[in-house]
Design a protein around this ligand. Structure first.
Ligand SMILES: Nc1nc2c(c(=O)[nH]1)N[C@H]1C(S)=C(S)[C@@H](COP(=O)(O)OP(=O)(O)OC[C@H]3O[C@@H](n4cnc5c(N)ncnc54)[C@H](O)[C@@H]3O)O[C@H]1N2
Ligand code: MOO
Length: 402
């Protein structure tokens, strides 16, 4: 069984996590997807000169001697432009976003006008040409690349995509994940808890973490520590055509840890067998030609969460075609942080913005069976291997954001 550093484990996982085939994605479902093609604007934005304010479209030379009363020629509303040309010496009522009539070159705001006798309008101020006018193409020109291939779509970027007429985008499809929890002692969240059993947490938690990363869980189940049950569950998991399988539990060295041989029977070969990280030491990885990738997660529920963040989330990012983001900051410890001998210690912590930069509190109850710290955790303190003396408050540590 090969034991590797966390960096080597991540390299091995990423080497086997390739971007998935592209598909057309409706805009409403595009957040988190990574573009495989540039998105170009279909037309200029704005398409023509339009008003930035509610008021009156004028010819700036007509109001050079303001105050001046001018005849009202008509109205240009957003969506219903004024037809024809604005006659010299006249104004047109205009609303924000309405097309500027031909012959006008500026807008006077409503507040700077007053009604005058006979339906005329008194313009109280002078305005230069172009005043309060949105110029055609000032946002972008037809054909401009708005989002380049490789960009990951954010909720905010939906506005320019929609504004540019991109009803669909081309992006790698979402990774499909299967999650299998194993153990005779696992009870469902709503079940009566028999003595000696424990409520199963991973089939709820891990899909949620991976959904945030952009994956969809297409299958999940609990299997018993029984070769036939496990074999059947693996058949079903594979039938769901996943790109990534997470198998939780049975990773360690006990007599009921039968997952590795069961997986091998399905044609998988081991990529690595243990990782020098705490929690998560028994994490392992297996692969078979043509996929899927399989990550074996330690049963201890916190270890499975930590390994999902450290290895499965980057794999999902790579399958989506994204750069694997390094979301790390240097933080000052407000509590001690222990090392874990030759292993990297990924201690659950709470990162906050202090007066002098990021501060990290290592949370209490660091046992990998203890769920309490997951209520507050928002970062992992990465204490390097070989840290024999605990780090102290005031020392700095690398914090990985979750
Ligand atoms: N002799 C050794 N014993 C153990 C070692 C070791 O190196 N030598 N490693 C320890 C570490 S570290 C971990 S982590 C666990 C991992 O063990 P397994 O992957 O075989 O997990 P299980 O034995 O099946 O379960 C461990 C623990 O977690 C609970 N569990 C399991 N699955 C779930 C789930 N889906 N939801 C909630 N809780 C779960 C299970 O009831 C056990 O309490 O091994 C140590 N032992
Ligand atoms: O490393 Mo285990 O994964 O501590 O609980």
């Amino acid at each position: 069984m090969t034991k590797v550093s966390l960096d080597a484990a991540l390299d091995a996982v990423l080497a086997r996590a390739t971007p998935l085939p592209a598909e057309d994605v409706p805009l409403a479902a595009a957040v988190g997807r990574v573009l495989v093609e540039d998105v170009r604007a279909q037309e200029d934005r704005p398409t023509a000169a339009e008003s930035a304010m509610d008021g009156y479209a004028v010819c700036s030379s007509d109001v050079a001697q303001a105050p001046v009363a001018l005849r009202l020629a008509g109205e240009s509303q957003a969506g219903s432009p004024m037809m024809g040309v604005l006659p010299m010496g006249q104004v047109a009522r205009i609303s924000t976003g309405a097309l500027l009539p031909d012959g006008a070159d500026a807008v006077v705001r409503q507040e700077d006008t007053e009604p005058a006798p006979d339906g005329a309008i008194t313009i109280a101020v002078t305005v230069p040409s172009g005043y309060d006018v949105r110029q055609p193409g000032e946002d972008w020109r037809a054909g401009d690349v708005l989002l380049a291939a490789g960009t990951q779509v954010t909720p905010e970027a939906l506005a320019p995509l929609a504004g540019a007429g991109a009803a669909t985008i081309r992006a790698a499809r979402r990774p499909r994940v299967a999650v299998l929890a194993t153990g005779d002692e696992l009870a469902g969240v709503g079940d009566v808890l028999p003595p000696g059993w424990v409520r199963e947490t991973s089939t709820t938690t891990l899909p949620a973490i991976l959904a945030r990363a952009g994956a969809e869980t297409v299958w999940s189940a609990i299997a018993r520590d029984d070769p036939a049950d496990l074999d059947r569950a693996l058949h079903l998991a594979l039938a769901a055509a996943p790109d990534l399988i997470l198998v939780c539990g049975g990773a360690s060295v006990g007599p009921h840890d039968i997952v590795r041989p069961a997986v091998a029977q399905h044609g998988f070969s081991e990529v690595f067998g243990r990782v020098l990280v705490k929690p998560g030491g028994p994490a392992w990885c297996a692969h078979r030609e043509g996929g899927p990738l399989l990550l074996g997660l330690p049963g201890n529920p916190v270890a499975s969460v930590v390994v999902t963040h450290l290895l499965a989330v980057p794999a999902v990012a790579r399958m989506l075609g994204a750069d694997v983001p390094v979301r790390e900051v240097t933080a000052t410890l407000t509590t001690p942080a222990r090392g874990a001998g030759p292993r990297l210690h990924a201690a659950r912590g709470r990162l906050t913005a202090g007066a002098n930069g990021w501060e990290l509190e290592v949370l209490t109850k660091q046992g990998s069976h203890q769920l309490t710290s997951l209520v507050e955790v928002n970062a992992l303190a990465l204490v390097p291997p070989g840290t024999d003396t605990p780090l102290q408050p005031g020392d700095t540590v690398t914090a990985r954001l979750l």
